[in-house]
Design a protein around this ligand. Structure first.
Ligand code: GLY
Length: 346
């Protein structure tokens, strides 16, 4: 089903059962440029052959100002102008950097996303927040500006390594924890292999999660309230990602475990929930334990841009499917990290 969503910063057309082969029906292919990474460019070499492409190295480490400078040089070489459409084909790193460069090049090009990972499909390609990392902080530089379209082509998932499936399912589990108890229960009944072998069930999950993201962003595009809920598992998750070089979804899985510990203490979350979450994360091949250096984690958290004076807005669960935003003091966060750390050693 195709549909559009009108956010304050722009209207996005979603092509949910699309195909890269139908791109010419959406954009003027003579005046578009595809931005992708070296892995995708290699795997899909013949698919991309008719297009002008800009290829950058894969990996979050390359989501930097240097790469923006390279992409800008290439756009200039191709004589990209205000009516050129930039198409970001790839995972979250490509859509983040692609959306950002498209938003600033000549004060804004039209752009579209073709996410090639589950994480991209349920999260990174939706919401309009795009940006790059600074050496001192992830996603420090960025914009909020919606793409013209997001095209879902499930065919790209075939080439995904297992780790990328787990990465995406961390965000799927996040939506289930935050908003959707039936989804949580459905996920509990299956595992990652079930969804890898069942395209229909996978598509349904992706659509459900994309709907949740759209609904929340529609209500609060600039993240002044409800959108903060989407940071469940991400506050400490980002710190783990930075300190232990974990893939994003793995770090979020650990962050959700920490948030569950804090939720027992501050939101009277039933003590059985961390164990259910742990089993669920394990069924989707995500980590649930990590040896952490608490003072170092706290140092990274203090740098976190979500910090508000002496407290940090934390997303906590009151039950599966219901979350609240609660400012926690550094002592309270430290205590949740200690509980997580003890659970990791028991
Ligand atoms: N690009 C991801 C988001 O806006 O949340």
């Amino acid at each position: 089903m195709n549909y559009s969503v009108s956010f304050p910063s722009g209207t996005v057309q979603y092509y949910t059962a699309g195909s890269f082969a139908t791109l010419h029906e959406i954009v003027d292919t003579d005046d578009c440029i595809v931005l992708t990474d070296n892995h995708i460019a290699t795997i899909y070499h013949s698919l991309l052959a008719p297009y002008r492409t800009i290829v950058i190295p894969a990996g979050e480490d390359h989501k930097t100002a240097e790469t923006i400078s390279y992409i800008t040089d290439e756009l200039l070489k191709y004589e990209a102008h205000r009516h050129t459409t930039l198409i970001a084909l790839g995972g979250g790193m490509i859509t983040d950097i692609g959306g950002y460069v498209a938003s600033i090049y000549m004060r804004g090009l039209h752009y579209g996303f073709i996410p090639t990972t589950i994480l991209g499909m349920v999260d990174a390609a939706i919401g309009g927040k795009n940006g790059i990392n600074h050496k001192l902080q992830k996603n420090l530089l960025g914009t909020i500006n919606q793409p013209q379209f997001v095209l879902y082509d499930a065919g790209f998932l075939q080439s995904l390594p297992l780790e990328e499936w787990s990465n995406g399912f961390a965000e799927v589990i996040k939506y289930a924890c935050l908003f959707d108890k039936p989804l949580f229960k459905e996920l509990e009944q299956h595992d990652i292999d079930y969804y890898r072998g069942n395209q229909t069930a996978l598509n349904k999950i992706i659509e459900t999660c994309a709907d949740w993201k759209n609904k929340i962003v529609l209500a609060d595009e600039r993240e002044t309230g409800a959108r903060k809920l989407l940071n469940f598992g991400h506050t400490t998750g980002h710190a783990f990602e930075t300190l232990y070089q974990l893939p994003h979804g793995y770090a979020v899985a650990l962050g959700m475990m920490v948030a569950c510990q804090a939720s027992i203490e501050h939101c009277m979350l039933d003590a059985s929930v961390p164990q259910r979450l742990q089993h669920l994360l394990q069924a989707y091949k995500l980590p649930v334990q990590q040896a952490i250096d608490i003072p170092k984690v706290m140092d990274v958290l203090r740098m976190d841009k979500k910090r508000n004076k002496s407290s940090i807005d934390f997303i906590l669960l009151t039950e599966i499917g219901n979350a609240v935003i609660k400012p926690l003091s550094t002592e309270e966060i430290q205590s949740a990290l200690v509980s997580f750390s003890h659970a990791s050693h028991s």
